[in-house]
Design a protein around this ligand. Sequence first.
Ligand SMILES: [Zn+2]
Length: 376
Amino acid sequence: MDILAAADAIAGAQGRAWPLIEGLAESGKMPPSLIFAGPEGSGKELLAVKLAARLNCEAAGSGAACGGASRCPACAKARSLEHPDIHIIYAVPHGEMEKALPEVLESRREDFFVSGEFGGRARSIGIDLVRHVGDVLSKLPFEGRRTVVALFEAHLATAEAQNALLKLLEEPPASAAIILVTEFPDRLLPTVLSRCYEVRFDPLPAAAIAGFLEEFYSVDSSEARRLAALAQGNLRRGIKLLEERFLRLWKDAGEAARLVVEGKAKELLAEAEGLAGSRDARERARNYSREEVAELLEEMVALFGLLIRNRDARLADAEREVLEETFGAKGLSAALARNLPADMRKISSSIESIRRNADMELTLSQLFLDLAGAWR
Ligand SMILES: [Zn+2]
């Protein structure tokens, strides 16, 4: 994928963020440290690469054109993540930086949106990665004007790493720019945040996601519109829905959500066993991994969010069709009476338990029974 073409497609849809970034770049008043904050799949990573390219573009300021099919040599390297002055830092399993960082970069060159290279293993941005950033920043750019470091999922930086990062943010070299990219800025130290110029990202409009799926994944337009409605402003989710595995997971999430609003406790217990049951039961059923069960619950949270917006009559047509398909008229009217924010909190807390290794079947059964009102 041409990453800059993908970024261009998203930039126009990020109503506030990109004009702000571009304005800073054009005025020559680019702050040395920025934070790109906003929900998953809102294009933060793409626009970080676009900014890094913009800061090193050979045509910028010269009046010459750079874009579309004719990229300057610097942007041609940036769009395949091969520019020597643009460094992208990914969170990797502890102590595996030397091997893992080049591996992730290689796989993102092939598919910028892939994830999960390390199975469900815990990843972090450790002190070793921040030292690596320090080394990179201590040298002058090789061939561009600016050394740009983008830390993706910056909230995964350990406390020790954040303190080391703070030192770099306090005295950045004039030729450097650091971009912290994160969904969870509140997990960064206040001292780190206060050093960074914050750019806020919004969820992407459905039309932008549909257009992206058509252009870069050759999805036909009616299917793209449907997937974009399911994606809920999250481009990453829209792309994941193209995978059969994820689509099946999404459908199972919808089935569980429907049983919840209809209060079908017995069916939900069977569902819990089918989704996350003991090894034998799982072989007979769907064989979801722990992370997949967590993802499935995340999709339930998204569906309940959609139900809330439906109640406030704030849905696009394609979104309402998704809800009707999932819940049916009976389910939708039952959902009107629910305390949906409380439902979402309960599901979110089960997601955390499951990610912390709690027994999956037990956690799911308790959650489902609770949601179905079995204990009221
Ligand atoms: Zn260029």
